[in-house]
Design a protein around this ligand. Sequence first.
Ligand code: DC
Length: 222
Amino acid sequence: MTVPKKQRTAIVIAIDGPSASGKSTNAKMVARTLHFLHVDTGAMYRTLAWYCLKHQIDVNDAKAVATACRRWKATLQSGEGQVRLVVDGYYPAQEIRTNEVSAAVTHVAAVPKVREWMKQIQRQCAQFGDLVMEGRDIGTNVFPETDFKYYLDARIEERARRRAAEGIQENLEVRDRRDSQRATSPLMIALGAKVINNSEMTAEQTSRMIIEDIQARLKAAE
Ligand code: DC
């Protein structure tokens, strides 16, 4: 890319899709290849869920969760190819991957005030540079204006197999239902998104498909 960063707005690659559709692996591979920053928005919701559990805030009490989100000392930090949300300067990398947090996060992510707050902070990530941002509502809600939208999917049996291979037993049907049926910013295919069903594809094949598509479109826009 020839345009200096300061003279143009950041490019945002939105990668959405259900759990275990390969978002994280592919978002990291695409970001590394293009030298963009990787942003895991699921980790931001997980961090809030962890924070609520740690402070004995009932995750089923939407009002209490919204208040915690308004008050917590969470800020963005950029480094090592990523932009992350840290709380009191700490990123709870291990803590947010527990079964307890996985169970709590869908409740936290369904609170409208939380989603408003997250959208605002996620948009601020663009101040650090070009992004590959993964989540559920990046192309539909957080950066609807981006031209680069990808929706990854895979058969539920394949997604369950991938989770099991990571040592995680998760009811994906329940999570899919909660993510797709919540009232605020549900998981949907964004208008103009390129849908990639990668049930029969390796991560390398999937990320190559995304990278080639981005590079061709950036070249055409030069
Ligand atoms: O991708 P993940 O499993 O780490 O996401 C954790 C939860 O957060 C998942 O239930 C969906 C929710 N989420 C969301 O609602 N919106 C996002 N942009 C990212 C994640």
